[in-house]
Design a protein around this ligand. Structure first.
Ligand code: SAM
Length: 234
């Protein structure tokens, strides 16, 4: 059974497109998409041997070898030029997702859609997209097993699409953190996420007040207070 998180990611894959799932682990997402006839072909990319073997076993178990190509490699290097239409990268940090996109830039020219699910550091993903001519066309946020996940869908910038950062009442830097579309939707889960962030900041401030010497303490606490006030302000 696929997690709600992966099912939601799958729901953003357009029917009939070819996909590459980078950092596929057990290849659950490509298996689901192919098994349910949502896509005709998928690449499951993995850099580590353990997950790579797990992906191969999964694909064999469901007899999907003809349609799912499990490949070992770093990031987008497993994709041949123009081989797929959509790339999914899920379940890793935003810094790593940004790095994978940056290192594989030349593979992106034929890509119609990116579906990205950073576990942390969402702002780094949004910033990379914005700097590299990708428009965010949709975003969603969900909670599963006490964890909150954001999914960012981006397509190449063009004149027909609306700039996601235009016409909003707060700065771009803030929207990198909050998500321009999540912000517009004002989802209760988004509110919950930032309430949790506030609790984390408060907790760290309390710990620091006990632990550190005066000089170090004041500087760190000042930084955290800036963060605290920002969260409270939005
Ligand atoms: N995408 C799956 C999901 O969302 O459930 C699996 C997420 S798992 C936490 C992250 C996977 O990314 C690991 O299996 C890891 O080996 C793989 N990975 C990390 N860096 C990678 C890279 N540069 N290229 C390909 N795979 C990578």
């Amino acid at each position: 059974v696929l997690s709600n998180r992966l099912k939601t990611i799958a729901s953003f894959v357009p029917k009939g497109k070819k996909i590459a799932d980078i950092g596929s682990d057990h290849a659950l997402l490509p298996s689901y998409l192919v098994y349910n006839h949502i896509v005709p072909f998928a690449i499951a990319g993995e850099v580590n041997d353990g997950p790579l073997q797990a992906a191969k076993r999964q694909v064999q178990l469901y007899q999907l070898e003809d349609q799912i190509s499990v490949r070992k490699g770093n990031g987008l290097e497993v994709i041949h030029p123009k081989e797929v239409d959509v790339i999914t990268i899920a379940g890793m940090g935003g810094a790593l997702i940004g790095q994978i996109l940056e290192d594989g830039k030349e593979k992106l020219s034929s890509i119609e859609r990116l579906i990205l699910q950073p576990n942390v550091g969402e702002e780094l993903v949004r910033k990379w997209l914005d700097k590299n001519q990708w428009f965010i066309v949709n975003e969603t946020i969900l909670e599963e097993n006490e964890k909150i996940y954001e999914i960012i869908i981006a397509e190449p910038k063009n004149n027909q699409r609306q700039n996601p950062y235009q016409g909003l009442d707060i700065t771009k830097e803030e929207l990198y953190r909050l998500g321009p579309i999540l912000w517009q939707k004002r989802s209760p889960i988004l509110l919950k996420k930032w309430q949790r962030e506030l609790q984390k900041v408060d907790y760290v401030i309390k710990q620091l007040e006990r632990a550190m010497n005066e000089n170090e303490k004041t500087k760190k606490i000042e930084e955290l207070m800036v963060e605290r006030n920002w969260i409270l302000g939005v």
